[in-house]
Design a protein around this ligand. Structure first.
Ligand code: PEP
Ligand code: MN
Length: 345
């Protein structure tokens, strides 16, 4: 930490900072310039309280020199994390997220029925999707909106998983469901609204399944990284970061998809980064260009909502692709992946 003193502070104010710093077992290093005095803190900063320092008279600001995140940081671990998803069926290859290949996750916003999932899952697999998505527990803005099929929806996902041999990703909203979902799903999704549900993050940190953490509606990338730090600090290192758009003043799109998040997160962290253009834009006709842009920007995967008949969807119909449109998109995603020296896994 570096403490920046206000211009023209007195010696006693500088001394007060030194006294507090020393009381924490740290060594203050004072450099008195012509304009300002700076005080560097030397030693283990674990015991210090930056807010107490900032409250002292004469202190203008307290600046961190180190990043607040450790385990997620590319400085802490230079080699990239590759999340491994074991094969669903004996003899299959299994999947990696964060390796050379780009992963496509696709499926309905909500699991609506067994029949819907059976037909759609087979189609998506045939079209080349790698992971089946589908919400059984849905975080809806209104308590009167469809809340998901719950455990029944999980049952359909599990059935479809083994019928088509595709891993599944589904959202977990409650710490009480972590154990059950960790048993049945291949990737556990933390939705945007729960990105800072710290008890949920800690519970997921104690399970052994990959966690896909979506960026909150109004959260900075540093906050997303700190949430990933929560999961990793409990021992689970299989974390995938997901950009899904943030809330801005723009109205033409549901959210503003922040694609600069991809190179920033890949610079700051060793974790895989995926993009959800469906929630990012909210309109099906904007999904394909942003999915392609995400891969061009270096994303390790994309997550696309697909519905057999979007006009009848119980949630997020307007942003869902028809199966046919999804199939067309897959062809162009492969081309973009190759253009940036990658391929679909
Ligand atoms: C979802 O992917 O089903 C979802 C609800 O997304 P988000 O949490 O990003 O809104
Ligand atoms: Mn949705």
């Amino acid at each position: 930490m570096i403490v920046v003193m206000r211009q023209g502070v007195g010696a006693e104010q500088v001394q007060a900072v030194q006294n507090l710093v020393t009381s924490w077992g740290l060594k203050p290093h004072v450099s008195a310039g012509a304009q300002r005095t700076l005080i560097g803190l030397i030693g283990d900063e674990a015991q210090m309280n930056a807010e107490s320092l900032a409250m002292l008279p004469g202190v203008e600001r307290v600046m961190a020199v180190h990043k607040p995140y450790k385990r997620v940081s590319a400085e802490f671990q230079p080699e990239r994390t590759v999340v491994k998803i074991p094969p669903v069926r004996h003899g299959d290859r299994g999947l990696t997220i964060g390796g050379p290949g780009v992963v496509v996750m696709a499926g309905p916003c909500s699991v609506e029925s067994r029949e819907m999932l059976l037909a759609l899952g087979a189609f998506l697999k045939g079209a080349g999707a790698h992971i089946l998505r589908g919400g059984a527990f849905k975080p809806r803005t209104s308590p009167y909106a469809f809340q998901g099929l719950g455990v029944e929806g999980v049952r359909y996902l599990v059935e479809e998983r083994s019928v088509v041999g595709m891993p599944v990703v589904t959202e977990v909203m409650d710490t009480r469901d972590v154990e059950m979902l960790a048993e049945f799903a291949d990737v556990l999704q933390v939705g945007a609204r729960n990105m800072q549900n710290f008890n949920l993050l800690k519970a997921l940190g104690r399970c052994q399944k990959p966690v896909m953490l979506k960026r909150g509606l109004a959260n900075t990338l540093e906050e997303l990284l700190m949430s990933a730090e929560y999961v990793m600090s409990e021992g689970n290192e299989q974390v995938i970061l997901c950009e899904r758009g943030i809330r801005t003043f723009e109205k033409f799109t549901r959210n503003t998809l922040d694609l600069s998040a991809v190179p920033v997160l890949k610079r700051e962290s060793h974790l895989p980064v995926v993009v959800d253009p469906s929630h990012g834009v909210g309109h099906w006709d904007l999904v394909a260009p942003m999915a392609r842009a995400a891969i061009a920007a270096g994303a390790d995967g994309v997550m696309i909502e697909v519905h057999p008949d979007p006009t009848q969807a119980v949630s997020d119909g307007p942003q869902s692709l028809t199966p046919q449109r999804f199939k067309e998109l897959m062809g162009s995603l492969e081309l973009v992946a190759r253009a940036v020296g990658r391929n679909l896994v």
